[in-house]
Ligand binder design. Structure first.
Ligand SMILES: Cc1ncc(COP(=O)(O)O)c(C=O)c1O
Length: 444
């Protein structure tokens, strides 16, 4: 195991990092003692042949993939590299509009032409699986060089990835699956041509630990490796890489498998315990690792629910929107915390009042005037007077980081109202230049 090798390392460090593993001087609060650089015997992430190759082989075994890659810059670097491995300037790409901003950034960087397919939303405003008939039509219209989809989503909604890949492959189109939230779904590892997953989101791994898998022969694994060496740090952290190693070993460990079974039972118990809430509503999608609590039928917004959970019950949620919260549950939960959460939600439920909820209208994709990479000089404009102008920046709510508008798209009245009402409801709306809600950069 990489960790044991790092622990056993006694060489005198006349190399980076500058802390020189001097725990006598610096203390042991941070893992200085195992934090090294790529010295002899410790392999090279950008060309793994030794101990790091063993980790990638372990990932291949667990995820049944043709090629696996350890990532230390999160799924983000896998997405940037995956897009760049397939697309060149001017190529067409079909993107599910509910993709994370890293997909949009990648497409802008390579200068590809973006086309979208927007999944429907349900009555609670949550994106649903991609519709195969609509997808077929869009694939035929756009004839893209790459299809990019997200499954599972932040809320735990899964698309039929196998069916989608089969459809895309019938046109010889490779699929990049953003499974950042699906590292615990081992079968996804071999499902698409490029699969990217964040170990750190739903599995026991340190923040930024992720994997990518390249399958089949529509995408070159070698080209992906070359793009990784462009976008990923040349000083990958051994602390993070040993966390990937530990995480993968744990997945193969019998006691973790038993814990996974226990987890499924406890999660089912938690859902049962939340079935009789009066005003709050448990929304059950495909992935039990996500717990979605809808508060739209009450006088408490999702943001307020998150605040009450934090301030009165010491519970921090993963994401809050205007009408629901998303909590991440995993095998590593202390199962007592489920009891505390259940009690907290029941207490809150008893203290709120019923209101009417109007289902949010499907959000229309803004009209595209030019590609994001073609936007030229820009200047800050008052949001209120930006209608009809071409946005020079991305605007998104974070999390989940799905862009509401992309550079090159026309600012509509609906967008302005959406941003203003989001801000009024304390939704965390961000933009490239960070001047909202007052100003938005538009092409001059
Ligand atoms: C759907 C999706 N894709 C990609 C990412 C980026 O993942 P990472 O933070 O591991 O870089 C996120 C982050 O939240 C995400 O939600």
């Amino acid at each position: 195991m990489l960790f044991d090798k790092l622990k056993a390392n006694r060489r005198i460090p006349f190399h980076m990092p500058g802390h020189k593993r001097n725990t006598k001087l610096l203390g042991k609060k941070l893992p200085y003692d195992i934090d090294i650089t790529e010295i002899d015997g410790f392999d090279n992430l950008h060309c793994p042949r030794g101990v790091l190759k063993e980790i990638e082989d372990k990932a291949k075994r667990i995820y049944n993939s043709d090629n696996s890659f350890v990532l230390v810059n999160g799924s983000t670097v896998g997405i940037l590299s995956g897009v760049a491995a397939v697309l060149s300037r001017g190529d067409d790409v079909l993107i599910a509009r509910n993709c994370h901003k890293s997909v949009y950034n990648a497409v802008e960087l390579v200068g590809a032409r973006a086309h979208y397919i927007t999944p429907e939303t349900d009555e609670y405003g949550v994106f649903q699986p991609l519709n195969p008939a609509v997808l077929k039509r869009r694939l035929e219209e756009v004839k893209p060089k790459l299809l990019v989809i997200t499954s599972p989503t932040y809320e735990g909604v899964c698309s039929d990835v196998e069916g989608i890949c089969e459809l895309a492959h019938s046109y010889n189109i490779p699929v990049l699956l953003d499974a950042a939230h699906g590292a615990h779904m081992y079968e996804l590892g071999s499902s698409a041509d490029i699969v990217v997953m964040s170990l750190h989101k739903t599995l026991p791994a340190l923040t930024q630990c992720a994997l990518a898998h390249i399958n089949g022969d529509l995408v070159s694994a070698e080209k992906f490796r070359i793009k990784l060496s462009v976008f990923e740090t040349s000083s990958p952290s051994y602390v993070l890489m040993s966390s990937v190693d530990e995480c993968l070993s744990l997945l193969e460990n019998e006691s973790y498998k038993i814990r996974s079974l226990e987890y499924v039972l406890k999660r089912a118990d938690l859902n049962d315990g939340l079935a009789d809430l009066k005003h709050l509503k448990l929304l059950e999608y495909d992935d039990i690792h996500k717990l979605v609590i809808f508060s739209g039928y009450s006088d408490l917004s999702g943001i307020e629910l998150a605040n009450v959970l934090r301030e009165s019950f010491n519970i921090e949620v993963e994401m809050a929107t205007a009408s629901y919260v998303v909590l991440i549950t995993t095998e590593c939960d202390d199962f007592w915390s489920y009891k505390l959460l259940q009690n907290a939600l029941k207490e809150i439920d008893a203290s709120i009042n019923k209101t009417e909820f109007e289902s949010p209208k499907a959000f229309p994709i803004p009209k595209k005037q030019c590609e994001a990479c073609e936007v030229k000089d820009s200047l800050a404009v008052d949001l209120s007077s930006s209608e009809g102008k071409i946005s020079a920046e991305y605007v998104w709510a974070y999390p989940p980081g799905i862009p509401l508008i992309v550079p090159g798209e026309v600012v509509s009245r609906e967008i302005i109202d959406y941003i203003s009402s989001g801000v009024a409801k304390s939704v965390n709306i961000q933009s490239t230049f960070n001047m909202l809600p007052e100003k938005i950069y538009c092409q001059s």
